[in-house]
Ligand binder design. Structure first.
Ligand code: ATP
Ligand code: MG
Length: 222
């Protein structure tokens, strides 16, 4: 909105089927995070539209939408509280049961790590989650997202292991820099300068020997 004269996305059109995992890849600045921000309605497109279940995003109640579309960022915010409190954060305390907490942690592939800690779920995360690695932080953030039973999960930079479980039955829109994390995605869109230049699953895109193929090849040889 601060630079209305420069269009970031250009005739970009994509469809995501419920329950599928869709990945966006492409060079830095190509518009991947912008797509996720538009889906969250952090701002609206200048033209064109975004629909969920056939209804324009602008017709949804914003707080309902934000409950259903849950983002997990690369640098998730954790609080100086226990792991339990971080997963339960924002939920009505009456709704929080051990079963739900552990269920969400298992889906996010972090349960085994948590119970290996001296205090288990009561272990403090430290200020800004200082006691945890980036991947562990993100998995706790994914558990926090999953406990709310989101319809659509938005992952800007995913952790592969966390993703594989979490993806079952939930629609996932994933941005990946490490291409190995999205090989199981149902469909991959390659974005360049706000346009889709290639689409397909991992194997189809490799067979094309186009940009995705080159991006993969570059990462293997790096
Ligand atoms: N707040 C903003 N104001 C103006 N321009 C912006 C703003 N945020 C992003 N842009 C521009 O929009 C374009 C797309 O940015 P976006 O964050 O969507 O890229 P990206 O594909 O997610 O890149 P990366 O891989 O580096 O995360 C960039 O050219 C950027 O300069
Ligand atoms: Mg980005």
């Amino acid at each position: 909105p601060t630079r209305p004269e420069s269009a970031i996305l250009n005739e970009l059109s994509l469809n995501i089927k419920a329950g599928k995992t869709i990945a966006l890849v492409g060079p830095s600045g190509s518009g991947k995070s912008t797509i996720i921000q538009l889906v969250q309605r952090l701002y609206d497109p200048v033209s064109g539209r975004i629909t969920v279940n056939g209804y324009d995003l602008r017709d949804y109640n914003l707080s309902y939408l934000r409950r259903k579309l849950v983002p997990v960022s690369q640098e998730p915010t954790l609080f100086d509280a226990t792991i339990w409190e971080n997963i339960a954060y924002g939920l009505d305390p009456l709704e929080v049961t051990q079963e739900r907490i552990v269920g969400a942690a298992k889906l996010a592939n972090i349960h085994d790590f948590i119970i290996s800690l001296p205090k288990g779920y009561n272990e403090p995360c430290g200020e800004f989650g200082a006691q945890l690695s980036g991947g562990q932080k993100q998995r706790i953030a994914i558990a926090r997202a999953l406990i709310r039973k989101p319809s659509i999960l938005l992952l800007d930079e995913s952790v592969q292991l966390a993703l594989e479980n979490a993806a079952k039955g939930v629609t996932c829109l994933v941005i990946a820099h490490r291409l190995s994390t999205i090989q199981n995605a149902d469909e991959i869109f390659v974005i360049v300068a706000g346009q889709i230049v290639e689409r397909g699953n991992h194997n189809q895109l490799l067979q094309r020997e186009g940009l995705y193929y080159n991006m993969c090849h570059r990462q293997i040889t790096e």
